[in-house]
Design a protein around this ligand. Structure first.
Ligand SMILES: NC(=O)c1ccc[n+]([C@@H]2O[C@H](COP(=O)([O-])OP(=O)(O)OC[C@H]3O[C@@H](n4cnc5c(N)ncnc54)[C@H](OP(=O)(O)O)[C@@H]3O)[C@@H](O)[C@H]2O)c1
Length: 264
């Protein structure tokens, strides 16, 4: 993959205080973009922004809870013109069988994982369309289709993200703006730690055994892998890619960004 030249671009990467978002923010900054590092935990976003500055890049940390419409609006007001939006913020919780689940937690998960993607795209699109260039990458999950007991909110939200990506991509066709979704595979982040700490009552003994086995079996990808796929979507090679779902566990997709497939 040729490294994209992102000088003069501003990128917002949601959920960039750690994990996949942090890795994406670092790679995007390394290509010259000014990166807005955002999430709820202030010390994490400050540390990532500082890391970028220490490496000679340009970054600013802005605290925002993406499930809150007002926070999202303020984030975009503070950012100025946004050319690149990576919708990465997400939570796996609540992990609970549907019959035992808490409706308030369920709705909050949908607000974080799905409604936020609507809110940020709604903020970003007018400016991108006026300027005739924009890149939006929405981070989905294999569980949008390959469902897991206990993950009703997460799976429903990610299926919604994929459907909304497809709708929004149609709406911007031939405008210079592209909107795509990625499934990162199973990645070594806090989110997987949370999954491994869930109990049999929350998501069945079979799932507990399966997810707890991944580290020993060497099946967790580093966050830099999905970050490379996100970066590829910002490169000229992907200029004509719009409305696609790119699955990192697909060997062809992995090869396109210079990665090897992970067998599971
Ligand atoms: N790890 C995997 O195996 C995997 C697989 C498939 C898809 N994904 C997706 O990848 C994305 C990144 O996850 P990750 O694995 O890197 O997990 P992570 O390490 O837990 O990072 C999640 C990020 O999202 C932020 N976030 C959560 N709720 C937020 C909110 N309400 N407002 C703003 N930011 C919020 C978190 O920061 P704060 O808590 O400080 O706000 C954190 O920076 C998610 O969309 C996830 O669904 C991950």
């Amino acid at each position: 993959m040729r490294r994209p030249d992102l000088r003069d671009k501003t990128a917002i990467v949601t959920g960039s205080g750690r994990g996949i978002g942090r890795a994406a923010a670092l790679k995007i900054a390394d290509c010259g973009a000014r990166v807005i590092v955002t999430a709820r935990t202030e010390n994490q976003i400050d540390a990532v922004a500082q890391e970028i500055l220490n490496q000679g890049g340009d970054a600013k940390s802005i605290r925002a809870d993406v499930s809150r419409e007002a926070d999202v609006h303020q984030l975009f007001e503070a950012a100025g013109n946004v050319d690149i939006l990576v919708n990465n913020a997400g939570v796996i919780w609540p992990i609970d069988l549907l019959a035992n689940s808490d409706p308030a937690a369920w709705r909050q998960s949908i607000d974080i994982n799905l409604t936020s993607v609507y809110s940020t795209m709604r903020e970003a699109l007018p400016g991108m369309l006026t300027r005739g260039w924009g890149r939006i990458v929405n981070v989905s999950s294999g569980s949008a289709r390959g469902t897991v007991a206990g993950w009703s909110a997460y799976s429903a939200a990610k299926a919604g993200v994929e459907a909304m990506t497809s709708v929004a991509a149609r709406e911007v066709a031939d405008s210079g703006v592209t909107i795509n979704a990625v499934r990162p595979g199973i990645v070594d982040t806090e989110l997987q730690v949370e999954i491994r700490s869930s109990s049999e009552e929350q998501f069945t003994s079979e799932n507990v055994e399966r997810y707890r086995s991944y580290p020993d079996r060497g099946l967790l990808r580093p966050p830099e892998h999905p970050a490379s796929l996100i970066l590829w979507l910002l490169s000229p090679e992907a200029d004509n890619v719009n409305g696609e779902l790119l699955v990192l566990d697909d060997p062809d997709v992995a090869a396109r960004v210079g990665l090897t497939p992970m067998g599971r």
